[in-house]
Design a protein around this ligand. Structure first.
Ligand code: DGL
Length: 290
């Protein structure tokens, strides 16, 4: 993580009096997956205010066609923009794959950060020259990932195997019950990856870091030589550097208090608050936009 220089700190201190520094960062996902990115952001940038929009009415996005994902994503970005966000993170690989470029064209006033599976670091670290990306159909077919394959994997003679399981996002949204068939499919998938000689597994969907611990336990128990990577940390670093460059970084008050997450969902669900609390380890008030 890059260190903030004294000059950058002084400039941002001055800017912290301005309205932009105290404006919130908007985070968007089809559901609760973007919370895996929020965890990194909140840790890296604890003085910021955050507004989260979960389009739970339309989750999952991963099986939808490109135009539908584009429309839903632009609606979400517009909503966050109307909340006065100074920067927006499209914390969804599927939405980024099909709407990031257009969102940036429509909202040139604010930085918009999108997600692409962390394939580049995996390719550069792979020894077996065979890596796997586990993501939604929409992400695997999208231009962003395929560009990384062309630009990074191909010149490094690295094979990229793509996998998707449409049950994974609904499984995470349901709180990852351990008795579900999805869990045993994941175990089998790991054995299959190891047998193929794959040494890096890229989690290309923001819902998936919530079962990273489960994967790591399986990898250890089965003694598999697979490293699991995701994009959360890199996104927090990117947001930090954009805030510094744009002199919009919020700084902690004397009392070091963080602001509570403002969480909005597009569909009422009586189990949502409990699930969010479990995933974040803190209570969050959910507001419904129905
Ligand atoms: N978290 C979204 C992603 O990163 C999930 C996609 C979905 O809703 O299917 O792709």
């Amino acid at each position: 993580m890059s260190k903030i220089s004294e000059q950058q700190l002084a400039e941002n201190l001055q800017a912290s009096n301005n309205v932009m520094a105290s404006a919130p960062i908007g985070i968007f996902d089809s559901g609760i997956g973007g919370l895996s990115v929020y965890r990194h952001l909140a840790q890296q940038l604890p003085a910021e205010r955050y507004v989260y929009y979960a389009d739970t009415l339309h989750v999952p996005y991963g099986n939808r066609d490109s135009r539908e994902i584009e429309t839903l994503t632009l609606n979400a970005v517009e909503w966050l923009y109307q909340q006065g966000c100074k920067l927006i993170v499209i914390a969804c690989n599927s939405a980024s794959a099909h709407a990031l470029s257009l969102a940036r064209v429509r909202y040139p006033q604010i930085p918009i950060v999108g997600l692409v599976p962390a394939l580049k670091p995996a390719v550069l670290a792979s020894r077996s020259r065979h890596v796997a990306v586990l993501a939604t159909k929409a992400t695997l077919e999208g231009a962003l990932l395929n560009q990384v394959i062309t630009d990074i994997a191909a010149p490094n003679n690295t094979t990229v195997s793509k996998y998707f399981d449409p049950q994974l996002v609904p499984w995470v949204e349901a709180g990852m019950p351990s008795n579900a068939q999805t869990a045993s499919h994941l175990r089998q998938r790991l054995l299959h990856l190891a047998a193929e000689g794959i040494d890096y597994l890229v989690l290309g969907c923001t819902h998936y870091p919530f079962f990273k611990e489960f994967l790591l336990q399986e990898i250890e128990q089965q003694q598999l030589a697979i490293t699991v990577v995701d994009s959360g940390q890199a996104i927090a670093a990117r947001v930090q550097s954009l805030l510094i460059d744009n002199k919009m970084l919020a700084l902690l008050d004397a009392d070091n208090e963080s602001y509570p997450l403002r969480f909005y969902a597009s569909k009422y669900d009586d189990k949502l608050a409990q699930l969010v609390e479990r995933l974040l380890g803190q209570k969050v008030d959910i507001h419904y936009l129905t």
